[in-house]
Structure formats: C-alpha cells, structure tokens
Write a protein that binds this ligand. Structure first.
Ligand SMILES: [Fe+2]
Ligand SMILES: [Fe+2]
Length: 247
C-alpha cells in the first residue's frame, strides 16, 4: 500500500486492514483515537515517521501466496514448514483475535448478536486446533520423519504404537473436516466477513483477521491432506518411488 501522512490512521486501517498490525506494534490507536493524521499519530507515539512509512509501504493486502513447490520437498522439510509457519500462526493469531473479540463483542454485541456466536465458534475451533496440532507435533510428524530416515537407509518403517499410519491419518482428516465446518459456519454468520458499514476499525480488522485465518488454515490443511499424508502412506508401503514421485 502507499501510505499518506495526511490520511487519518482510522481511514488507513479501514482501507488496508493489514496495517493494524503495524499500528499495534507501535502502540498507535487506530480505533477510537484514530482520528489523528498518520503524521500526528506518529509524533504522539514517538515513532519516527520514516519508519512508520517504510513498514506501512511493505504491507500487502493479502498474506503472500505460498507458491513454493512442496511436491519436491522431503517430508522433514514439509513438516518444518507446516509447524514453523502454519502451526505457529494459529498459536499467535488465536490470542490476538480473541482479544479483538472481547473488545468488539462488548461494544457491538448488542446490536450484532452474531458476534458472540462467532466468538464461541472461533473459541471451539481453536481449542480443537491446539489439541490437533499437539497430536501432529508430538506423535505423527516425528513418526513420519523416522519413517523417511529409515527409507533413506533402505530399512523397513520403524514400529509404531498406532499400527498403520492410516489410523492416525484418518483421525487427522476427520479433525480437518470438523475445522472446515466450523469455518464455514463462521463465514456464513459473518456474511462472508463483511463488516457492516457502521463498523469501527477493530470490528473490520477482526473480520479481516478471521478471513486470513481461514485462508491460512485452508492452505495448511491442503499441505497435509494432499502432500504430506499421501507421501507418508506411500512411505509406509515401502513405495519409495511413489513417495518421491514429484522429484
Ligand atoms: Fe497441522
Ligand atoms: Fe492437521
């Protein structure tokens, strides 16, 4: 985006919801105190104007598309990417969005009762996701890595507590479906993440954050369902050719 020092902070936050992260990081109030110009707000917050302009200019409307070709990566590389990028995103976004929910529900919950329902759905979704990611990180992913290591050494898959990987994988697939259903309900209740015209910047930023959360989770699930899990199944069958068919 192209920041304008004379625009108010509030206008910038409404037009470019991703900028609220920059404002948050500087402690600049973009919501109720957002009627100051960007220049004025920076001065009051003791933030060098050039620094704010540089960070705002770097803000993209959408999180950068992940175009890496994961078909050619090892399971270990893929797992590092999933955990480092998508699991940590869920862990950092959840408290941020819940804090926004508190604010928005207390201010607008009466006029918009759907906000409390959306918050409850989001709380249920993230509670499930935290458990789910823990299962992946503590049991399933380490096993995939051991399997890959064994295959590289020409050895048979190591013994697993769960028998075949098909079992835990089918449970993970069911969790992904449940998460997808909760996200679809949130999307419907929020009328496709469209905040009402009268919505304050926090309300808009919350909806924007939820939409980003959905997009990220869709991508995350795609990497697991469509690349990582099929590869693990092939590895288990000793089908090294197929396990690396994209090389
Ligand atoms: Fe995951
Ligand atoms: Fe998963």
């Amino acid at each position: 985006m192209k920041p304008d020092l004379n625009q108010t902070v509030r206008e910038i936050a409404i037009e470019h919801p991703s900028t609220v992260r920059v404002f948050e990081s500087f402690g600049i109030d973009y919501c109720c105190g957002g009627t100051r110009s960007l220049q004025d707000a920076c001065e009051r917050a003791g933030v060098p104007v050039e620094r704010a302009l540089a960070l705002l200019a770097a803000v993209k409307e959408d999180s950068p598309a992940d175009t890496a070709n994961w078909g050619g990566a090892t399971a270990q590389e893929l797992i590092r990417h999933i955990v480092g990028r998508h699991h940590s995103y869920v862990r950092s976004e959840t408290p941020r969005l819940m804090a926004m929910f508190e604010k928005v529900v207390s201010r607008h919950g009466q006029a918009h009762p759907e906000l409390a329902s959306i918050r409850d759905l989001f709380a249920a979704l993230t509670e499930e996701l935290f458990l789910h990611m823990h299962k992946e990180e503590s049991v399933l992913f380490p096993y995939f890595e051991r399997m890959e290591l064994a295959a590289a050494q020409g050895a048979a898959p190591p013994p697993a507590v769960f028998g075949s990987v098909e079992m835990p994988i089918s449970r993970m697939l069911a969790d992904h479906e449940d998460a997808g259903e909760l996200l679809a309900k949130i999307r419907a209740l929020s009328t496709e993440y469209q905040a009402p015209d009268s919505a304050c910047p926090t309300y808009r930023a919350l909806y924007h954050g939820l939409e980003e959360f959905e997009r990220d989770l869709h991508h995350h699930v795609h990497l697991e369902n469509n690349i990582l899990f099929p590869r693990a199944l092939h590895m288990e069958q000793g089908d090294v050719e197929l396990a690396h068919e994209h090389h």
